[in-house]
Design a protein around this ligand. Structure first.
Ligand SMILES: Cc1cc2nc3c(=O)[nH]c(=O)nc-3n(C[C@H](O)[C@H](O)[C@H](O)COP(=O)(O)O)c2cc1C
Length: 215
């Protein structure tokens, strides 16, 4: 299964980029086809409804949308800013949410975070779930927040705390298996006519009947 992964930080020395490296190593061991992106590839202006009406989505948002459509699953490593979601990531979620069909819908997403602080960004992860779930993404119930990220990695990029490494591996395995199981129904290539019919029913429930995500 293809998985799009990126750290939602533009900083050269990003700790979250180190963490996404650990997660993608595990995913590859599990047989995942990882598309590891740099957040810089998705540079975009602040959301502006007038600009969207005049020009549509900016190139950075289109690039993110394109990469998302090719992968039924995503992993995002994100910093916590001021106890909440990181602004640049929220801006990207908002721009992409204007594309149709809704690119976030049905996509399996695993959220991880690290920070030099003692609780590793868990408050930001809870806030990050909200817009993603509002857009119909299937955010994995467990999230991984790595405390003291400034001293949690060895020189070769591994986690130095064995218990944390085991917990992460367990979560990534659960995420990968679940994402693989739901992808054919929720946003992957339908493997059969029955799967395709179910996909259409999901779209009808979210767009035509409930109007949660209008066309
Ligand atoms: C604007 C801003 C707000 C921050 N707020 C928090 C916070 O609420 N909690 C926290 O643990 N760290 C906070 N930090 C520190 C970040 O966790 C730290 O800079 C981290 O290294 C950022 O992730 P990165 O290394 O992937 O860029 C904040 C940093 C910035 C720049």
């Amino acid at each position: 299964m293809k998985i799009l992964a990126f750290a939602a930080s533009l900083r050269k020395g990003s700790l979250n980029r180190k963490l996404i490296g650990v997660v993608t190593d595990i995913l590859r061991e599990l047989g995942g086809e990882v598309d590891l992106a740099e957040f810089h590839e998705f540079d975009m202006p602040l959301f502006d409804g007038d600009r969207q009406a005049a020009e549509g989505l900016p190139p950075g948002a289109l690039a993110l949308e394109r990469r998302m459509r090719a992968a039924p699953a995503m992993v995002i490593a994100t910093p916590e800013y001021n106890y909440s979601i990181a602004g640049p990531l929220k801006n990207a979620i908002d721009w992409v949410s204007r594309a149709r069909p809704m690119p976030w819908r049905g996509r399996s997403i695993y959220l991880v975070s690290t920070s030099p602080g003692a609780i590793g960004g868990i408050r930001g992860l809870w806030q990050t779930r909200i817009p993603l779930e509002g857009c119909g993404a299937l955010v994995f119930p467990d999230m991984f927040a790595l405390p003291h990220g400034d001293r949690a990695f060895s020189d070769d990029g591994k986690l130095t705390d064995g218990a944390a490494a085991d917990r992460l591996r367990q979560q990534v395995l659960g995420f990968y298996r679940l994402a693989e199981a739901v992808a054919p129904l929720c946003c992957g290539e339908a493997r059969s006519d029955a799967d395709q019919k179910k996909q259409q029913e999901i779209v009808r429930a979210l767009e035509d009947e409930s109007r949660i995500q209008p066309k």
